[in-house]
Every structure is written in structure tokens, then in C-alpha cells.
Design a protein around this ligand. Structure first.
Ligand SMILES: NC(=O)c1ccc[n+]([C@@H]2O[C@H](COP(=O)([O-])OP(=O)(O)OC[C@H]3O[C@@H](n4cnc5c(N)ncnc54)[C@H](O)[C@@H]3O)[C@@H](O)[C@H]2O)c1
Ligand SMILES: [Zn+2]
Ligand SMILES: [Zn+2]
Length: 396
């Protein structure tokens, strides 16, 4: 089959690779109909995540048609499914608590060490996201093997086309959980750093969950316009000082809740970000944590901080004093996607949530390397790239 493979920094290629096979009884094989490129994929593209190997198949946002099932799968051939990017067994201690991104069984023993060393725990299995998360082949391919297919995939009713439901695989639940982690109360102002897909869905979710006012922060005019069209007030951090602007917009106390939807690759030329960039480039550091610092400094006393943005290692100069003295609460984590699939599918079906506005480019899978380059280099206009394995390259 054809698949997008990783070969190093800014080097991804379409290769011909062996077709996936059923390995365990609960597996299913899915023929991909749509798959997307995520901001998290850019961390791999930029070589920020350790334990990638040449030839690894990328992609963790995908959906398709069931073509083969193991004896333990509850899926049937021909069903259309969206698959969560988190691989979870559904039966372990964390899965039973609905903390699916903490599943203890989905990362095989031989790839657990790096997580143990870096985070004090083995990581949960993720599709197409390095060997520290299990080395699973991803879904930017014609076919993918889905483990625990009786637990993760959600069957999509006829009549809801791919573009309406694809983002259930990751960014929609991620934006939703980011807002939920803010424990929004009536009258709340929620500030969201980053107007990428996750930030924009966090804006949408915060408003649905009852935020009185949402303020979105970025520097890309088009992305800020999208946030505005969803009902947010916006701050372009190139034009104004973010904390001062937020104070002015919140009667001088700061937002009640703050969402860091940027993570480890913050842009900008603030002194701390430049120092971080030098450290990361020379391997003396791992993360550019400017946004997390700004969030902790800007949030109001007693406020809530939600961090869907991915961090990978050791951030320094984190204002731990602000966190403590202001009595902030922080919630973060890889999204417990499984938990949100059914309620969010219902909201899509009812027309409360529409995610299609986000898609700026639809390309054949064969053009995936161009898709990565565009998403990396032209963030303003390229808000989300969806890849279609069925499309011929010439036809694009
Ligand atoms: N927790 C999860 O399970 C989960 C799931 C999906 C994605 N993520 C993470 O969420 C983050 C966002 O993902 P995305 O797909 O939206 O990525 P993206 O790269 O498309 O968007 C990031 C946005 O942040 C903006 N930004 C950069 N520096 C900024 C700053 N200093 N202040 C304000 N905005 C700034 C960029 O201009 C960009 O628009 C990434 O770190 C991604 O890995 C987490
Ligand atoms: Zn993703
Ligand atoms: Zn589990």
C-alpha cells in the first residue's frame, strides 16, 4: 500500500510499504477515506519528538471503512468509523476511570522505557507518533491496523460525510476537553492562546459550554478572523502586549480561565522564547514554553489553566511562584478522546457543532509531503489539510 513515512527533519515521503495485517483478535483493518495533518504532526516534522525511526508511518487523525476484523472485534465489514488517536484497551485501571489517554496496556513492554525515564510512566499507545508511544503505524496511508477495535472506533451514521466527522479523531475532542478543563462558570472570560485547529475548537467549545466572553490570541490575521467569526474577541500579539491587553479587557483582574493551545513550539521574539530556541537548537533544552509562562502570569487569582498544547520534556523558567501565589489550578493531558466521541457526534448531528469551516485544503494522499510543507510554512492560510487516499494526484 501507499503511506506517508518519516525520514528526518522536514523530510516525509510517500512510500510503498507492506499492507497491515490482523495481529490480535480485537484488531480491525480500516481502509482510509480521509486523514488530516495535525499540529502535533508538525512536532514530528520538526524533529522535536524523540524515538522516531526512518520509515515510520505518520498520521493519527483518520477515518474509513472497515475491511477486515479479528474475532474479538465488534465492528462489521463495510461500517464507516472514526478512530481516536489514543489507543486504549477499555479495561485497565485508567480506562475504567475514563482516563483513556492513560491506558496501561496499549504500549508494548519493549517501548515503555523512554516514557518511564522522561515522565515517570510509560506512555499510552498513539497512532503514528514515535516509538515511545508504541511505534504504531499511523493512518496517513491507504490502510491501517486498529487495535482494540471493540473500544475505540465510533460508527458513523449514513448521511454524515467525512468532512463533518473526521475531527472527532482528535482536535474536536481536544478543543472540547480543553474548555471542559476550564470548568467554565456563568460570566467567565476565557482566553485562548493559539488559533490553530485546537485553539479554534477550544474557542467554539468554550462558547457552547457557557463562557460569557472568549478572547483568542495569535499573530496570523486569517486565523484570528476565524476566531472572530466564531464570536471571540481577538488579540494580535504582534501589535500589543498580551498581558496588558488582557488586563484592559477584563477590568484589570485577568481572565478567569486560560487555555494554552500552542504548546512546545511557541513563536515570537520575546527574550525568553529566543533563549529557549537557542537551547532547543543546541540540545540544552526541549520546549519553548513562552505561552505557558504568559498564561500563568495573565490568569486571574484563583483562576483555571488548561493546557492542551503538547510539551515534551523539561521546561525551565516556569513562573511557579505565580502558580502558587495566585492559587491557580492546572489541568492538562492528551485527550481522553473515547469519552467525548458519542456526545460530540450527537452535537454534530444536531447541527450545534460544525467543523468543516476549518478545512482550507483537501489534497490526494500522494500530495501529503506538500501538505506538511504548506501547513508548516503558511500557517495563516493553511488552517487544516485533509488528505484523500482515493484521489488521484493529477486530479488535484
Ligand atoms: N492534548 C492533546 O491531546 C492534543 C491533541 C492535538 C493537538 N495538541 C497540541 O495542541 C497544540 C496546537 O495544535 P494545532 O493543531 O492547533 O497547532 P498549530 O500549529 O496549527 O497552531 C498553533 C497556533 O499557535 C499560534 N502561536 C504560536 N506562538 C504563539 C504565541 N506566542 N501566542 C499565541 N499564539 C501562538 C500559532 O501562530 C498557530 O496559529 C499543539 O501543541 C498540538 O501538539 C494536543
Ligand atoms: Zn492530532
Ligand atoms: Zn486501558
Amino acid at each position: 500500500m501507499r503511506a506517508l513515512t518519516w525520514h528526518g527533519k522536514h523530510d516525509v515521503r510517500m512510500d510503498t510499504v507492506p499492507d497491515p495485517k490482523i495481529v490480535n483478535p480485537r484488531d480491525a483493518i480500516i481502509k482510509i477515506t480521509s486523514t488530516a495533518i495535525c499540529g502535533s504532526d508538525l512536532h514530528l516534522y520538526d524533529s522535536m519528538i524523540p524515538s522516531m525511526e526512518k520509515g515510520d508511518i505518520l498520521g493519527h487523525e483518520f477515518m474509513g471503512e472497515v475491511v477486515e476484523t479479528g474475532p474479538g472485534s465488534t465492528l462489521r465489514k463495510g461500517q464507516r468509523v472514526v478512530v481516536p488517536f489514543v489507543i486504549a484497551c477499555g479495561k485497565c485501571f485508567h480506562c475504567e476511570k475514563q482516563q483513556f489517554s492513560g491506558c496501561e496496556n496499549s504500549n508494548p513492554a519493549e517501548t515503555q522505557d523512554l516514557g518511564e525515564i522522561a515522565y515517570g510512566t510509560a506512555m499510552t499507545g498513539l497512532f503514528g507518533y514515535s516509538h515511545m508511544t508504541g511505534g504504531y503505524a499511523g493512518g496517513q496511508a491507504e490502510y491501517v491496523r486498529v487495535p482494540y477495535s471493540d473500544v475505540g472506533p465510533i460508527v458513523i451514521p449514513d448521511g454524515l460525510e467525512d468532512d463533518k466527522v473526521l475531527f472527532l479523531s482528535d482536535i474536536l475532542p481536544t478543543g472540547w476537553m480543553a474548555a471542559e478543563n476550564c470548568q467554565i462558570e456563568p460570566g467567565d472570560t476565557v482566553a485562548v492562546w493559539g488559533c490553530g485547529p485546537v485553539g479554534l475548537f477550544a474557542v467554539q467549545s468554550a462558547l457552547i459550554q457557557g463562557a460569557h466572553k472568549v478572547i483568542a490570541i495569535d499573530h496570523h490575521p486569517h486565523r484570528l478572523d476565524l476566531a472572530k467569526s466564531m464570536g471571540a474577541q481577538v488579540i494580535n500579539y504582534h501589535d500589543v502586549k498580551v498581558r496588558e491587553a488582557l488586563m484592559a479587557m477584563t477590568g484589570g483582574i485577568g481572565p478567569d480561565a486560560c487555555i494554552d493551545a500552542v504548546g512546545m513550539e511557541s513563536h515570537g521574539f520575546s527574550i525568553d522564547n529566543v533563549v529557549d530556541a537557542v537551547k532547543v537548537a543546541t540540545r540544552l533544552g526541549t520546549d519553548r514554553a513562552h505561552v505557558l509562562r504568559e498564561v500563568l502570569m495573565a490568569c486571574r487569582t484563583g483562576g483555571r489553566v488548561s493546557v492542551p498544547g503538547v510539551y515534551g520534556g523539561m521546561g525551565d523558567k516556569i513562573p511557579i511562584g505565580a502558580l502558587m501565589e495566585k492559587g491557580l489550578q492546572i489541568r492538562t493531558g492528551q485527550t481522553h478522546v473515547h469519552k467525548y466521541l458519542r456526545p460530540l457526534l450527537d452535537l454534530i448531528g444536531e447541527g450545534v457543532i460544525d467543523t468543516t469551516f476549518l478545512i482550507s485544503h483537501r489534497l490526494p494522499l500522494e500530495s501529503a509531503p506538500d501538505g506538511y510543507k504548506m501547513f508548516k510554512e503558511n500557517q495563516n492560510e493553511v488552517t487544516k489539510v485533509v488528505l484523500k487516499p482515493d484521489w488521484q494526484k493529477e486530479a488535484a
